[in-house]
Write a protein that binds this ligand. Structure first.
Ligand SMILES: C[S@@+](CC[C@H](N)C(=O)[O-])C[C@H]1O[C@@H](n2cnc3c(N)ncnc32)[C@H](O)[C@@H]1O
Length: 275
């Protein structure tokens, strides 16, 4: 792939998704564009380039954007974060109302379903905690599968203990593990680009935005987290991936340690920008 084509696609993908492919990631982008060409039955990356420049059909553009994303995830990814979420759910925040949770880059749904399993565990232990989870992603292919609540043997083995696999899933005899109805019905899925307005989503008590901002520029990260602050209820939490931090990115949050995990609570004086 020549420099002109690399520059064109890296700018195109950053504009659409906020994902930055630096020179360092040139081979990764090339491999992804080869996959795009194959999926769109085009002979080469150059042919994809020509089609995008001419103006691509939305459905074909979505294929390109889906393949440009990294959808790596697992159940209870970074377990200590989920212990912190459990502690937050048991705090005042979870009292007297349905806790609204947003999994903002949900990939195949493991993150959202993990939170739903925590809610079931707490209910079984006699805690009066009620929750509702919205899970969103930009990639249609991962959303389509997430909605089914079905996972492969390999996927359930990543992060789930055997007792949780047996308690919250049933097998269909064809190799798939299906999450139980109670844990599934708490989660709804929708397409949402983090670059676009969050206003129609409503407000939340907890937002999980994990392992997605790492691919964005500093300006892109600032824009997303400040708009998330606007749709967090007072006292609400933003939770990032374990290697991520808001340091230098936003004045709208105060960092707090919950069970040894850094989480970000909406600051009382968070600015009122447009979400
Ligand atoms: C690495 S996965 C992280 C999944 C999960 N949050 C976790 O930590 O395991 C990143 C997800 O972010 C999604 N994503 C990337 N850019 C996005 C954007 N601009 N808007 C919405 N989702 C995006 C990708 O499609 C992908 O499924």
């Amino acid at each position: 792939m020549n420099v002109e084509i690399f520059n064109y696609f890296s700018k195109f993908i950053e504009k659409e998704l906020g994902i930055v492919y630096s020179d360092f990631n040139q081979f990764q982008l090339q491999a992804r564009l080869e996959e795009v060409a194959k999926s769109l039955s085009l002979p080469s990356i150059e042919a994809v380039y020509e089609e995008v420049r001419r103006g691509m059909l939305e459905s074909r553009k979505q294929v390109l954007l889906d393949i440009a994303t990294n959808n790596e995830t697992s159940f209870f990814r970074d377990k200590s974060v989920f212990d912190a979420i459990q502690a937050i759910l048991l705090s005042d925040l979870g009292k007297n109302h349905k806790v609204k949770i947003w999994s903002a880059a949900s990939s195949y749904g493991q993150e959202a379903y993990s939170v739903s399993m925590i809610l079931s565990e707490l209910t079984a232990q006699g805690h009066a905690v009620n929750g509702q989870i919205l899970a969103t992603d930009i990639a249609e292919r991962v959303l389509a599968r997430a909605k089914t609540g079905r996972f492969t043997q390999l996927e359930v083995q990543r992060g789930l203990s055997a007792p949780f696999m047996l308690k919250y899933f049933s097998t269909d005899g064809e190799g798939w593990w299906k999450i139980n109805a109670t844990e599934k019905q708490r989660v709804s899925f929708a397409k949402q680009n983090l670059r676009q307005s969050f206003v129609s989503l409503g407000t939340f008590d907890i937002i999980l935005c994990r392992n997605v901002l790492i691919y964005q520029s500093v300006e892109g990260k600032k824009d997303v987290v400040d708009r998330m602050a606007q749709i967090l209820n007072p006292g609400g939490y933003l939770i990032l991936g374990s290697g991520e931090s808001l340091l230098g990115l936003s004045q709208n949050f105060e960092s707090k340690k919950v069970n040894n995990v850094i989480v970000y609570q909406k600051a009382a004086l968070a600015s009122k920008l447009v979400a």
